[in-house]
Write a protein that binds this ligand. Structure first.
Ligand code: G6P
Length: 622
């Protein structure tokens, strides 16, 4: 969703801020803005709607904004329409217009998240003579800080602290105070924010890729803590205003991994990075032929003590949960229930002793997934997070963490993080099955061999991408496309369907094949494309029958199965084959052609596949 960058140092701030914002573009936004201050002068604010290009042109690539300290923002509208007036930064001064230019203002700020009680605070501030030019909750926060700052004649840290205890919601804030040139203040609650230092330069960002080119030394600021940035220096304070010490961390991600490196889009680059993402995740969890989950605190004893698993996640991560359900129940014989995190968080949850709640999340910041985690923790349920972003809130709050090693994922539609999450689930399931006495060591070694072969098999699928590219172009203008499958193939269908609609805007649905007859079959018309996923031997004939029922009503059939199942061609009009592996791991292979299908459908339609409309990479509001 929104992106924040900040910089104070010896260079001109605006080009650094614009570069950082460009690296956060993938998060989704509808307007952007900068505030830069030169020495003790007022901050100059420039905002623009639409793509960042507008802001770059307006500021001549940042050259027209002089100053070595500034903050920048890309806004994904929540309160108030996407407009120049509602774009950030916002100022505390009473001004008309859009709050742009050199505005007389004590406090200037940007914000990610939502302030739930902003209307009540707005009324209070109005009674004290504050006027509002925008519809945003951000302007209210900036003015509330200004109010405490002036009323109590206190410093920025105390003014921010007084504000933090008055506002409700989730937020990350970056602020500049007129009386404190060269300084930026930051605070957060349940929204990501990191601080980076390099020599005499200090950076602030809502996401790692924004500052990866400048520094690898970062601080993760905690909830309700405040950071004070000066050139090359950062201090942290708690809610009492007392200075606290935080440890810095080194980011291991390679700056190049957040670049396109010659690929047309991040999405296709990330599809190609899947063998590495799976390999690196497996390598992190397998040592000398043994799956090692002890580092995450998942000892054999803990694994044996799990009575049931509940998985809470959103989007594609929820689809990994759907696949995990079949794998864990079959291999480890642990009862599994999969829930959308947004549902789990708001209902009465009944749980049993020994239950494990697993939250799966690429970003580790998704608001609903975080809320599900916290709810489980409040109920005393043991929690495990499968997360890609090191130091993210979910990773820090869960009892156990298994990190996926997909590196930075930039395209909004996840691909390599999805594959890495599956790899982590496989390790968890195989190890649980082994320590619970359900598989012997020969079977265990066999599963490990199969796992190790997955990256090469994904590479082989990628070598045949042209055929899918051709087929996707043929169907790029379809009105509806259906995906069907049973068991694990249903989970794969869900992900294939989501990839297609996210990227190409073609309406699509995934159905458990046996459920078609209960309604959806009425939608089958001449030439409508139905994609049948058939990777599970025991269910093959059943799904073929459901596909045949669609064909009898005019559908065009695409089948996705593994080499050897050539009888499928008796029914299907077009077949895509993937290599064979153990049936539990087939999702890792079958998903790849479907990702390519979604990607090439979007490309054929001329769409911005890395940044599909209305979507955000990391959904930090509910
Ligand atoms: C957004 C992304 C999806 C992702 C979902 C969950 O909707 O577009 O690709 O699956 O959020 O994100 P998470 O970071 O929790 O995995």
């Amino acid at each position: 969703m929104c992106g924040i960058v900040g910089y104070t140092g010896t260079q001109q701030a605006a080009p650094v801020l614009l570069d950082g914002l460009a690296r956060l573009e993938y998060r989704g936004y509808d307007s952007a803005g900068l505030a830069v201050r030169n020495g003790s002068d007022l901050a100059e604010v420039v905002k623009s709607t639409g793509k960042l290009r507008g802001l770059i042109e307006k500021t001549d690539g940042g050259r027209s904004l002089a100053g070595t300290c500034g903050i920048g923002h890309t806004r994904w509208a929540t309160h108030g329409e996407p407009s120049q007036t509602n774009a950030h930064p916002h100022v505390s001064g009473n001004c008309s217009g859009s709050g742009s230019g050199l505005v007389e203002s004590e406090v200037t700020g940007v914000h990610n998240g939502i302030i739930e009680n902003y209307l009540e605070l707005k009324e209070k501030l109005s009674r004290h003579g504050y006027q509002f030019y925008s519809d945003t909750d951000t302007e209210v926060v900036v003015k509330l800080i200004d109010y405490y700052y002036k009323k109590y004649k206190i410093g920025p840290v105390d003014a921010i602290n007084r504000t933090l205890v008055r506002i409700r919601g989730t937020y990350a804030l970056a602020l500049m105070f007129r009386d404190y040139p060269g300084e930026i203040y930051a605070a957060r609650k349940d929204a990501p924010m990191i601080i980076g230092i390099d020599g005499s330069e200090s950076y602030l960002a809502s996401d790692v890729p924004a500052i990866l080119n400048y520094t690898r030394t970062v601080y993760y600021i905690g909830n309700l803590q405040i950071a004070q940035l000066r050139p090359g220096e950062v201090h942290f304070f708690d809610l009492n205003g007392d200075e606290i010490q935080l440890e810095s961390t080194q980011i291991t991600w390679d700056a190049k991994s957040a670049e396109k490196n010659g690929f047309e889009h991040f999405m296709i680059k990330e599809i190609y990075e899947q063998p590495a993402a799976v390999r690196d995740t497996l390598t992190s969890l397998v040592t000398e032929g043994r799956i090692t989950l002890e580092a995450a605190g998942l000892s054999d004893e803990v694994l044996r003590g799990i009575s049931s698993v509940r998985i809470a996640a959103c989007g594609s991560a929820w689809h990994v949960g759907m696949a995990a359900q079949y794998i864990l129940e079959d291999l480890a014989e642990i009862p599994v229930r999969v829930e959308l995190a947004s549902e789990y968080r708001y209902r009465k949850v009944l749980h049993v002793d020994g239950e494990l709640l697993v939250v799966i999340s690429q970003s580790g910041e998704t608001a609903d997934s975080l809320a599900a985690l916290r709810k489980a923790k409040d109920l005393g349920i043991r929690t495990l997070a499968i997360v890609n972003v090191v130091g993210s809130t979910i990773a820090r709050e869960a009892d156990h963490v298994l990190y996926t090693h997909a590196g930075p994922e930039i395209a909004v539609a996840t691909t390599k993080a999805f594959s890495a999450q599956l790899a982590a689930i496989y390790c968890f399931a195989v190890q649980a099955a082994y320590v619970r006495g359900l598989i012997d060591s020969d079977q265990y070694d066999g599963y490990l061999r199969e796992l190790a072969s997955i990256p090469d098999k994904i590479e082989r699928i990628l070598e045949e991408k042209e055929r899918i590219q051709w087929f996707a172009a043929k169907y790029a203008n379809a009105r509806d496309i259906f995906f069907i499958g049973r068991g694990l193939d249903y989970a794969i269908s869900l992900e294939g369907s989501l990839k297609l609609k996210e990227i190409s805007y073609v309406h699509s649905e995934a159905y458990a094949a046996g459920e078609l007859k209960h309604g959806t079959i009425s939608l089958i018309e001449d030439n409508l494309l139905v994609i049948g996923v058939l990777t599970q031997k025991d269910l093959f004939e059943k799904t073929i029958s459901n596909m045949a029922e669609c064909k009898a009503r005019g559908a065009f059939l695409m089948a996705l199965t593994s080499y050897g199942n050539y009888s499928v061609e008796d029914s299907a009009n077009f077949t895509v084959y993937v290599p064979k592996t153990d049936p539990h791991f087939m999702a890792s292979l079958a998903v790849v052609p479907l990702q390519l299908f979604g990607y090439y459908s979007g490309v054929a339609r001329g769409l911005d596949v890395d940044k599909p409309r209305n979507l955000a990479k990391s959904v930090t509001v509910e």
